[in-house]
Write a protein that binds this ligand. Sequence first.
Ligand code: AQP
Length: 325
Amino acid sequence: MKILSGIQPTGSIHIGNYLGAIKQWVELQEKNECIFFIADLHSLTIPYKPEELAKNIIEAAIAHLAAGIDPQKSIFFVQSDIKEHTELCWLLNTVCPVGELQRMTQYKEKTKQFKKNINAGLLVYPVLQAADILLYKAEGVPVGKDQVQHIELARTIARKFNQRFGKVFPEPKALLPKIGAKIMALDNPKQKMSKSLGPQSYISLFEDSKEIKKKIMSAVTDTGKVIKYNPNRKPGISNLLTIYSLFSEKPIKELEKKFKDKGYAYFKKSLTQLLIDSLEPFRKKRKELLSREVFVKETLKVGAKRAQPIAESTIHETRAKMGLA
Ligand code: AQP
């Protein structure tokens, strides 16, 4: 299967990004043709500091390499290095109904969150995402639950284009992990763990032991003592059980039995230790890569060189179908 996914260079990668998306990427690259990229163009749609962007892109690349993206197995590059992403986005804008864009949950949330910066990029964000996917004719897109609506729209755009101009694009499918597709915020388990909710909501993939302990021990849980998975009635403890299960590779049922009468504090201490141990290799690898910036930049350049001919070929085909060639 041809796989593609991207992530924005908008801050620290957290365990929600990892469990919902990146962990799947690392597994998928073993047996599939994979393309992963840093979505820097998407990140321009929310307030940012231009003087910090280049550094953030390199940091995001380092984070992905540390998390297990292997540039020998996958094509890994920076979105804005391939101009065809923006060209295809424009071409697809002409087949995408504006009503579909206005009803996107992320658009509604971001326009509420950034009232002083409701730019057109926020609205056409999913069209650029569709362009990213369709440019490489990807069939599977490993993402967290929050992105499913956008992948559905990419399918609609592909279908509309193919119907009007003749078949160019396969209709991509979202690939969700069985569990972990929506990790919730530690300080508010009714909301998605998210960079923009602030550092108390998440644990970074490279968080140090002291912070992990502080955040897990103060994670919001319901009143009661029983360690039981019930996302509706016990969202906090269910979220922590999910995180525990994914990092320990033990089924939730087994964890419920193990911690049944032990109480929340005991369970949280055990989870803290599990996270400290599980994240240690990521911290180590990141530290090593931080001192090899030239290698990281070179890796991204090589990735762009591999992506370029695929992108050019699709643009050529698309332009011809639309009567532009
Ligand atoms: N809480 C989550 N649980 C599972 N998966 C998640 N993803 C994000 N949050 C969770 C998945 O991570 C990938 C990267 O998405 P992105 O680059 O759009 O990251 P993001 O949305 O910027 O991450 P945040 O933390 O949610 O940032 P803000 O607050 O800025 O919106 C995607 O596949 C996403 O599904």
